[in-house]
Write a protein that binds this ligand. Structure first.
Ligand code: TYD
Length: 136
């Protein structure tokens, strides 16, 4: 199967006290072992985040609260996913340009990453990304 952006359904333990979802290494749901977790929050209305690609890093994003649009460009076409469910993750393979916009107030966007933070893994220049993508 091609390594494409896709939605991954996560477990949802329904409980009258409140629901619970989780991820864990080794259960086959995420396409990589988690090396790092970070989260984005307090995003002012109208702000855009992202605006980069990664050489090797892969991620799964979960809007644990609120709603956000994630726009992904693999060098050929753009795809937009709306994340608004705490039990759905968006898998982003390596070598994909991404932007996040349309953050609703109070959105918390959780990210599971395949690698420790390494600025040299980032591609922050769109023209450079296009050149790399066309040489693939
Ligand atoms: P960046 O990944 O560019 O944010 P966005 O999600 O909008 O694309 O990260 C913003 C800043 O935070 C940048 O200076 C790098 C730093 N940062 C870390 O130090 N560690 C991390 O794990 C992440 C994700 C970012």
């Amino acid at each position: 199967m091609m390594d494409r952006p896709r939605i991954i359904e996560l477990p949802k333990i329904i409980d009258r006290r409140g629901n619970l979802s989780f991820v864990q290494n080794g259960d086959g749901r995420l396409p990589f072992d988690i090396a790092r977790v970070f989260w984005i929050y307090d995003v002012p209305a109208g702000e855009l985040r992202g605006g980069h690609a990664h050489h090797r890093e892969r991620q799964v994003l979960v809007a644990v609260s609120g709603s956000v649009r994630v726009n992904i460009f693999d060098g050929g076409e753009w795809e937009t996913f709306t994340l608004n469910s705490p039990y759905r993750g968006l898998y982003i393979p390596a070598s994909c340009w991404r932007t996040m916009d349309g953050f609703s107030s109070g959105t918390a966007l959780l990210a599971f990453s395949s690698l420790a933070y390494d600025e040299s893994d980032y591609i922050r220049d769109f023209d450079k990304f296009l050149k790399l993508a066309s040489s693939r």
